[in-house]
Design a protein around this ligand. Sequence first.
Ligand code: BES
Ligand code: ZN
Length: 474
Amino acid sequence: MPNIDEYLQSNAERFEAELCELLSIPSVSADPAYRDDVRRAADWVTDKFRRLGFATETITTAGHPLVYAVSPRVDDAPTALVYGHYDVQPPDPLEQWITPPFEPSRRDGNVYARGASDDKGQMLTHVNSAEAWMAAEGRLPINLKFLIEGEEETGSENLEKYIVEHAGRLACDCVVVSDGAQFAPNRPAITYGLRGIVYYELRLIGPNRDLHSGSFGGSVTNPANALAAMLAGLIDEHGKIRIPGFYDDVIQITDRERKGFELLGFDEREYFDQIGVDCAIGEEGYTTLQRRWARPTYDINGLSSGYQGEGAKTVLPATATAKFSFRLVPDQDPGKITAGLKLRLAELCPPGIKFELHSHDFTGSPGVLVPLDSPAVQAAARAIEYAFGTPPVYTREGGSIPIVATFHNVLKADTLLLGWGQSDDGAHSPNEKFSLADFHRGIKASAKLWEELAACGFAENVGCVKRTESDAKQ
Ligand code: BES
Ligand code: ZN
């Protein structure tokens, strides 16, 4: 692709400058204080698509806006739906950033800013590759529909509604998502599995007010003690989660996968050194990669009760709350997990305590597995090899992209998960970064992908139950 490659080279610096522009908008979706900034980021993305000559809309939702852009029609060519997100996680703890999170800084071959890798940098690779085709060839070889949302980091609730209501206009042959990671530097990956998630807030209520722990302690149930015991009761000493029916629908790791994971040569020592811990823990009988990618897990995400200020206060708190979540694997059903959890909590709840369980908005995100034997996957593998100089490895991931299950269930489309980031990019952490070399290789791979997908023979894929635009007039 000489014209396109040349265009990418001569515009590399501008692509970086534009990425920095978008990164300097603090589009934190979880915090209402950033509402106007989230809107500004949506406008920035809309503007970018308009400059490419795409039919573009900023769609208002009950939450943050969606950006939808469609490339000029190419007859007799397949359609890919590109999904990404322009929202970011909160930047705290601020004092740990070397340069401020919304003042992008280019150093040691990386750009440092909140959202650099997750997902502004990765999302823009596909926008820039589309620009290169339009500018260097005057057209794309494929039809592209871009769906860029502002609520991924809070669970994609409004996007899910939009997809269900507008499935017809989103009809496509496949979905392309870059919101994950390569296996390691210079080891690009095609990811075929993501975990799902269910997230809860548990509140325990004990006495009608905070009490003196000397006068009352030991005579009534302390909600903080009860919370610690109840949370501990959700897992046993072998790392098995103790909820009725929890493992019933878990798809087991196949022998082929087991071997595939082993062949990746995962360096456990390096992994633990990177995060500053000295040993592995988890469900007995599984390796670290298996635990992270293909087994369900339980994590407490936040705890609060009693006195949190300076010094000591001898208090028996009236209430205690915890936020905790389970990462799920196919075919666990989030609804069934919640039902089992309620039963188990009722069993664990001691006398003198009432409990309330609240499920978070994105409760209901199941795990996904995508088939590897499709022409689209082969097309992606060729595009990756072209840009990275090495073929991809095949991985699963422990994180969740809730909307991928909806693409499968509602649009009947499989997703190509092509993460250009690295596992040490610091997504959700201070000093998030994205390698500029990966940014440019990602753009190049994406440009090649459009050509490869156009030629990969979707139409001959007879087993496919694809939804078409005329199928649904919702
Ligand atoms: N980009 C991540 C998902 C991801 C993480 C994919 C690691 C591959 C590897 C995404 O932005 C994210 O963080 N998702 C949330 C979803 C949650 C808020 C519902 C997650 O996984 O915690
Ligand atoms: Zn994220």
